[in-house]
Design a protein around this ligand. Sequence first.
Ligand SMILES: *Cc1c(COP(=O)(O)O)cnc(C)c1O
Length: 386
Amino acid sequence: MMENIFSDGSIALRPTVIEVDLSALRYNLARIRERVGDARIMATVKANAYGHGLVRTAKELLRSGADELGVAFLEEGIALRRAGVTAPILVLGGIIGNQITHFLEYDLQITASSVFKLRQIDETAAAMGRRARVHIKIDTGMGRIGIRHENATRLFEATGEAKHVDLCGVYSHFASSHDPDTRVTEQQLKRFIEALEYFPANGLPMPMRHIANSGAILQHPDAILDMVRPGIMCYGVYPGPKVEKTVPLRPVLSMKTRVVFFKVVLAGAAIGYDHTWTAPEDTRVVTLPVGYGDGYARSLSNRASVLINGRRYPVVGRISMDQCMVDIGSDSAYNGDEVVLIGRQGEESITVEELADYCGTIPYEILTMINTRVPRKYCVPAVHGS
Ligand SMILES: *Cc1c(COP(=O)(O)O)cnc(C)c1O
C-alpha cells in the first residue's frame, strides 16, 4: 500500500496533495535577486504563503536569499516565531490597539498608519519597557491603509517624538503596478518620493524605503529602492495577464490526485448535481476525490481540464464539495492513476493563470483558496553531482 509521509510527520492516506517544488522556489528567488541587485528582499508569505504552507515555505525563502518576511496578520507572524523563524517580520495589515503587546512580545514589526496608532504603540512600548519596531505606511493612492501622502509629515514628526519607537522603514503599496498602463504607478511613486523628502530636508537619515510588489519589480525598476516585497512572483506566477515578463519564473505549486472510480456513462445520461452535463454519446468517466471543499472551485465545473497520462480531459458536471468527474472519452484510465489539476504531466501543463481565467478571478485567489485539508508535500531539490 502507498503511504505519503509529510514533513509534519502525518501520514496522508488521501491521494490529493499539493506538491511544492522547492527548487523552483530557489530558482525564482535567484532571478528576483538578479533583478533587484543590492535591495533587500522581503518575501511576502501571507495567506499560508499564497497556499504553499506558511512555515516551511517561509524558511525555504529565507534560505534562498530573502532577507525579511511580510505577513498580513499578527497570528501569521506569531506562527513563524513559534516555528523558530528569527528573521525580521513585518505585519503589513492594520492593527487594533490591544494587539500591540503581542507584537512586542514576539518581536514583530508593526505598520503605523496614523498618528493615533503610533502614539498607542509608543505608550504600550513604554509600559512594557520595550522598544517597538515600526514601519510607517503612506497611502499614495491605494486607498486601503496608511496616512495620506499629503499628511505624511505629521506622522514622521510624531515618530521623531516617540521615545520608544525605532523607525525601521517607510512604505507604500501600488494599486496597479502589474498593468500595462503605467500612469497610476508613476503617480504613486512620485508621491512616495516627494513625501520622503521630509527626511533630508530636516537633516534626518533616510529610513529604509519600500514600495515594489511583484508588478513593480517586473515593470518599474525605478521603484526597487531599498527593499522590495515580492509575493506572487516568488511562487512562479505573474501578477497579471499582460505584465512584462522581465524576470523568468517557474511555477512552484502542483495539485494532484488519483482516479478513484471508473464507469461508462451512456449517451443521454446526465451526471452530477443539477445534471448540468449530459453525455453526448457513450463515454468513459472517472471520478476524482477532490472538490470545492479542497479549493478546487465549483465555478470550474464544465470548464477546467485535468491531465491524466499526459493528456487533457474536461471536468464534466458540477464539481461537488469532495468529488468531481472527468470525461476521458474512449481512452482508458485506472483506479490509482495520477491526475494533475495544477501543474505539469508529460508535455502538458495546467497553470493557475488558466484556472483563474475560467473562474473569472486572478491567480492569487486560485492559490489562496486551496484548503488546508489538502496536505502539502515539499519536494526537496535533488543533490547534483557524484
Ligand atoms: C501582498 C502584498 C505584497 C506582495 O504583492 P504581490 O503582488 O504578490 O507581489 C506586497 N506588499 C503588500 C503591502 C502586500 O499586501
